[in-house]
Design a binder for this molecule. Structure first.
Ligand code: ATP
Ligand code: MG
Length: 137
């Protein structure tokens, strides 16, 4: 059994599709082991996306991630990390396969509806960033 971190980003929360996105996970065999809605601070977003701090789009990414509340969830199941990445679709929604979350709910590469951990190792770090052990079950 594997765990991964999902973030429903401010664009999707503002659109009112939290339930529709969580349903994609549950309908595809991913259990929601923890979930909460919160407003990221600038420091939170900079720390969370620190790997991208040298990229030209870093400031826009941080501004976007703090533009409104997000929903962070721990997804659990067989191959949870790669399964979630498949359900999400490509980073650029214009390249995302039909039926994926980003194809259905995202506007562009900046406002792309969801985040998902990109490795099992990063998933553990990202889950610990948002949740204590007793919040996950
Ligand atoms: P995420 O980490 O949010 O799940 P991802 O793993 O598909 O997305 P990353 O390469 O980790 O993509 O990029 C993190 C975020 O930075 C993307 O979700 C996107 O919003 C933004 N981003 C990535 N590449 C670009 C780019 N070339 N131009 C603008 N924004 C970008
Ligand atoms: Mg990423």
């Amino acid at each position: 059994m594997e765990r991964t971190l999902s973030i429903i980003k401010p664009d999707a929360v503002a659109k009112g599709v939290i339930g529709k996105i969580l349903d994609r996970f549950e309908s595809n065999g991913l259990k929601i082991a923890a979930s909460k809605k919160l407003q990221l601070s600038r420091m939170d977003a900079e720390a969370f996306y620190a790997v991208h701090s040298e990229r030209p789009f870093f400031n826009d990414l941080v501004d976007f991630m703090i533009s409104g509340p997000v929903v962070v969830s721990v997804l659990e199941g067989e191959d949870a990390m790669s399964k979630n990445r498949k359900l999400m679709g490509a980073t650029n929604p214009k390249e995302a396969e039909a039926g994926t979350i980003r194809a259905d709910f995202a506007e562009n590469i900046d406002a792309n509806a969801v985040h998902g951990s990109d490795s099992v190792e990063n998933a553990a770090v990202e889950i610990a960033f948002f949740f204590s052990g007793r919040e996950i079950s």
